[in-house]
Design a protein around this ligand. Structure first.
Ligand SMILES: [Zn+2]
Length: 203
């Protein structure tokens, strides 16, 4: 299993056994799809796909709760903290096709805050697995709630699903929005403030 990866380039430590086994399977898949796996362009494809897929699921090797707990600070601040437009790249577990978009995360601290860069990191740690958008939204919310015990957490994800756009009903521009709230965000006023903050375009 891959550990703690920060960028695509950095991964040199693929498990050789897993990579070989995956590559073998992809060879069969390519063959079953009617292609010639021995032709030049495809020769190294099974191994490349094996590595790409391990990267796309490297979240299994990360512990999101630990990521948050590693950078928590005591702080009196009691206002809403919003991190918006976090890039999300995940893979739908029903079709193993990508879904991607933006996550917007907010919380209202209750004595503890977390280093801001950790929020995108836990989004990524949960997204880099086989997922459904609904569960991804809840997992991010639950993780922040558990680590910080804040007055409330809000998570909104807007994503496009390749399994809808490239196959099936082929709705090219549909965006799926999911949201999950706890505590103070269950109140209309607070939730509206959050929605208006993430809707504002500053550019
Ligand atoms: Zn799907």
């Amino acid at each position: 299993m891959i550990k703690e990866l920060k960028s695509y380039e950095k991964i040199e430590q693929y498990d050789t056994e897993v990579t070989a086994s995956l590559a073998d399977n992809y060879k069969t898949i390519i063959d079953n799809l009617g292609e010639d796996v021995t032709r030049e362009g495809l020769e190294k494809t099974p191994e490349r796909v094996a590595k790409a897929m391990q990267y796309l699921t490297h979240g299994y090797g990360l512990d999101p709760l630990e990521i948050l707990q590693s950078a928590m600070f005591t702080e009196d601040h009691k206002q809403m903290i919003v991190v918006k437009d976090i890039e999300v790249y995940s893979m739908c577990e029903h079709h193993m096709l990508p879904f991607f978009g933006k996550a917007h995360v907010a919380y209202i601290p209750n004595g503890k805050i977390v280093g801001l860069s950790k929020i995108p990191r836990i989004v990524d740690a949960f997204a880099r697995r086989m997922q459904v958008q609904e569960r991804l939204t809840d997992q991010i919310k639950d993780c922040i709630q558990e680590a910080l015990n804040p007055l409330g957490v809000a998570v909104v994800i807007e994503a496009q699903h390749m399994c809808m756009q490239m196959r099936g009903i082929q709705k090219q521009n549909s965006v799926t929005t999911t949201s999950s709230f706890t505590g103070a965000f269950e109140k209309d006023k607070t939730r509206k403030e959050f929605i208006s903050l993430i809707s504002n375009k500053f550019s």
